[in-house]
Design a protein around this ligand. Structure first.
Ligand code: HEC
Ligand code: HEC
Length: 406
């Protein structure tokens, strides 16, 4: 009996000690480099990025380097200016499953605001619930009929700021992008012609087109895609805690997140590619993710350009909202952000050279020279992950259209 109570007391004291230690750990994060967090907090929240410690970037990135910061205002193209009726029409079209052959798949089926504007799946399910794969148009247009890998549905958060779309950049504008999923046999599987005719049949849409396009009720593909693109350009992240912090609110992020921000810009080298207000450089890099010579091999940009130097390059994705857009990477094989950051910590090892049949050796992917072993401690890895939550905002409800025009 007495022994039992002693044990309980001891156990209680032990838990107490662990509790204190972890609280101390939280208050006093030092990491390897003995960071002066008080000073860092002052500099980063000063409201003046020129006071920030200099970024740890490669000389090849330094020219024209775009510091992380606030998102700029959205620029609408001259031939597709914004108006609220057009954005509203675009929202209806985005949610309308009647744009697909089966009448069951809308853009929103794979780009759901509750799932970070993606689908939460490793790779997308589409028409007939088939696994999404590379777009058939690309194969037709470029003739690269290599084994093509399935891809993770990208978020449409902040797509207004990209200069090209898709993991391999094969669409050059949001207006251009929308025709791909409509035709893709594994996505909406509808011919553009048939889709255009179907939308034309609904008188309710006619009135909405007139409102959106200066009184002219013509319904055509060009306008359908312009309206969808206009809606997409309104899906812009609201101010995140990071944005408030760097605009002069020193208390909205904690010490761990602050250390993560500093590491992201320095020792971890993330800003070599994830930079600017978008946290993406609008360029393509090889992140070591081709799954070379496996059934899911995907050579990325190479499939579009046919250039050897593009083997395995993918578009740098924005990291805004990234906590809510998992699973991650173009193949969706990373179920946690820790997996992603641990990969970077190892320097994204490239596949080991061996002999492949035919000309395969010459296609052996080379990981970007910007990626090196980082030697981040476990505490630092966790800090970088914590930082990512400061550029992710709380999901808000968006009311989908209740009824589609007939
Ligand atoms: C079956 C699921 C599915 C449907 C339906 C679908 N998408 Fe996608 N979407 C994807 C996948 C997968 C990708 C990435 C494909 C790739 O890179 O090859 C993607 C990529 C995109 C991108 C590129 C984002 C970026 O950062 O480059 C945009 C924009 C987009 N989709 C909009 C749409 C629109 C508009 C529609 C409806 C007309 C639509 N999607 C229908 C799965 C889907
Ligand atoms: C050489 C350029 C480069 C550097 C440096 C870099 N990234 Fe990336 N990052 C990319 C590219 C390209 C992808 C997409 C790769 C793919 O899917 O094949 C990516 C993908 C990601 C993703 C997945 C996003 C998604 O939507 O699936 C995360 C998270 C990420 N990076 C975080 C980081 C962090 C944290 C660092 C620093 C430790 C970092 N990156 C450094 C280029 C880079």
């Amino acid at each position: 009996m007495v022994m039992g109570r002693m044990k309980l007391l001891l156990a209680g004291a032990f838990v107490g000690i662990i509790g204190c230690a972890s609280m101390l750990g939280k208050r006093d994060i030092k990491g390897e480099g003995d960071y002066d967090l008080k000073k860092l907090r002052e500099l980063y929240s000063s409201g003046d990025a020129s006071k920030w410690p200099s970024p740890g970037i490669d000389p090849s990135v330094a020219a024209g380097y775009n510091e992380i910061g606030l998102l700029p205002p959205v620029l609408f193209p001259a031939d597709n200016p914004f108006n609220a009726s057009k954005a509203e029409l675009g929202k209806y079209l985005f949610y309308d499953p009647r744009l697909s052959t089966s009448g069951q798949i809308a853009c929103a089926s794979c780009h759901d605001p509750q799932l970070g504007w993606g689908d939460g799946k490793r790779v997308a399910f589409g028409h007939d619930r088939k696994l999404g794969a590379r777009n058939a148009m690309t194969i037709w247009a470029f003739g690269h009929d290599r084994k093509l890998g399935a891809r993770n549905a990208m978020t449409i958060w902040n797509t207004a700021f990209y200069t090209s779309l898709f993991w391999d950049g094969r669409a050059l504008s949001l207006e251009d992008q929308a025709r791909f999923p409509v035709q893709d046999h594994l996505e909406m599987n509808e011919s553009l012609d048939a889709m255009e005719k179907r939308v034309q049949r609904y008188n309710g849409y006619r009135a909405m087109f007139a409102k959106a396009f200066e009184g002219d009720s013509t319904i055509n593909l060009d306008r359908i895609f312009k309206a969808i693109a206009t809606f997409e350009r309104t899906i812009v992240s609201p101010k995140s805690r990071f944005d408030l912090f760097i605009s002069g609110k020193p208390d909205v992020i904690n010490d761990q997140e602050l250390l993560g921000l500093h590491l992201f810009r320095t020792k971890a080298g993330c800003v070599n590619c994830h930079n600017g207000g978008l946290f993406a450089d609008n360029k393509f890099h090889n992140d070591g993710q081709t799954l070379f010579a496996s059934a899911n091999e995907d050579l990325g940009l190479y499939n579009v350009t046919g250039k050897r130097e593009d083997v395995g390059k993918f578009k740098t994705p924005s990291l805004r909202e990234v906590v809510n857009t998992g699973p991650w990477m173009h193949h969706g094989n990373f179920p946690t952000l820790k997996d992603v950051v641990l990969l970077y910590n190892l320097g994204n090892p490239a596949p080991i050279q061996k002999s492949y049949k035919g000309d395969r050796d010459s296609l052996l992917p080379k990981t970007s020279p910007l990626l090196k072993k980082l030697n981040l401690s476990d505490e630092e890895v966790n800090a970088v992950i914590a930082f990512l939550s400061t550029i992710t905002t709380t999901p808000r409800r968006l009311n989908p259209p209740q009824k589609f025009p007939d």
